[in-house]
Design a protein around this ligand. Structure first.
Ligand code: 9MR
Length: 369
């Protein structure tokens, strides 16, 4: 009798847990699974699964990945006739093994170019480079890398086109060519224009004009990547919302591709235009070398909550939200714009523990259907 009662209790409990429409949400990717991908950027060590703890956090929390550095052209295409896909092969295999959405970063970018690319001086040579580079890389991962940053950071802050080796040799036609070549190499891949500060009005207007021009010239643009290297107080939610609405009105998806929030002072706010090297090592510029005070931790959590609340409001327009790094220890913001500071921009701290920011993002989706 006692055995039967215990058996019935166990069966009822299992049925209750399974049939209940609400389940406790425990990870970012599960919480947001019906809304948009939750991604992270992987370092070379993370792609190579060098740290078991970091690796299990990545697998638990994220369902989309971007390579933080290893797919940039200086690494994948170091010499004119030489490609190196050793690490990008591992990156793609890692994503497939873990059933993650795999994003390619990046095909045409003025920064982190191989030295030989910087020397390309005429249009014939540049056209040949772009054709070979884009076709080789996109075809290699056809059907496996699901979306690409085809062009990265082509704009100045005022919305005009950045003077780069691409613009100098080919004029603005290089933008159209890049998207056409990528589409040809993998017609099903989603093609993005990716940039920072394109939620700011002038640069946003430039990005909208640029995307329109590419589309009008027959290029396929599926989405815009707003990088999202943000601060506690700016950009305003109003500008972010306007951006989501205006970009999606172009008939494209909006992704937040490199999200992080700095909590440290920015020397430019104090000194005008340039980073002043004298700030290096100054306590004023590195105010939290050991821990983040509760008051700032709370501000960071509130900022993340308000941003994700806005993302949820527009989830029908948003394809992916990717954090730029897995945890604070890895963040590029520890070294920029001043080297060697301690920043706290991500939802996981240096010890891989989740921060109040993580809890605030999860709390918005306390339970899922
Ligand atoms: O996070 C990347 C850092 O490790 C590199 O040193 C840096 C080199 O330019 O690039 C960082 O990632 C950038 C990304 O590729 C494009 N948008 C801005 C990111 C932060 O600088």
């Amino acid at each position: 009798m006692k055995f039967i009662n215990l058996y019935l209790l166990a069966v009822t409990t299992i049925l209750f847990v399974n049939c209940s429409s609400k389940q406790e949400v425990t990870t970012l990717k599960d919480a947001y699974k019906n809304d948009f991908y939750i991604g992270t950027a992987l370092s070379a060590d993370q792609i190579e699964e060098k740290n078991i703890k970091v690796d299990s956090l990545i697998q638990k929390e994220f369902n989309a990945i971007t390579a933080e550095n290893i797919m940039k052209s200086m690494f994948t295409h170091p010499q004119k006739d030489k490609y190196d896909f050793a690490l990008s092969d591992k990156f793609v295999a890692y994503g497939e093994k873990n059933k993650m959405f795999i994003h390619g970063h990046t095909l045409i970018w003025h920064s982190q170019l191989a030295p030989w690319m910087e020397k390309i001086a005429d249009s014939t040579e540049m056209k040949a480079f772009m054709k070979d580079h884009i076709t080789t890389i996109v075809s290699k991962y056809k059907g496996r890398i699901k979306s690409w940053d085809v062009v990265n950071e082509a704009l100045n802050e005022d919305g005009t086109l950045r003077k780069s080796v691409f613009l100098n040799t080919l004029g603005e036609q290089y933008l159209v060519d890049a998207f056409k070549l990528a589409e040809k190499a993998d017609p099903k891949a989603e093609l993005y224009y990716n940039d920072y500060n394109i939620e700011e009005p002038a640069k946003r207007a430039g990005a909208i004009a640029l995307i329109k021009k590419i589309k009008e010239a027959g290029g396929k643009v599926d989405g815009v990547g707003i990088q999202g290297h943000w601060r506690l107080q700016s950009p305003s939610l109003e500008e972010i919302e306007k951006s989501i609405l205006e970009y999606s009105a172009l008939g494209i998806k909006v992704a937040f591709t490199e999200l992080d929030i700095t909590v440290l002072p920015n020397p430019w706010d104090l000194k005008g235009a340039d980073v002043n090297q004298n700030f290096e090592g100054s306590a004023k510029m590195n105010p939290y070398p050991k821990t983040l005070p509760d008051s700032v931790q709370t501000q960071l959590a509130a900022r993340y909550a308000s941003i994700f609340k806005l993302f949820l409001k527009h989830k029908d327009k948003i394809s992916r939200v990717t954090f730029w790094g897995v945890y604070d220890k890895q963040s590029w913001l520890n070294d920029w714009p001043i080297k060697g500071r301690t920043n706290y921009p991500l939802p996981f701290d240096v010890n891989l523990e989740h921060k109040p920011a993580y809890d605030s993002i999860l709390k918005l989706k306390k339970t899922v259907e």
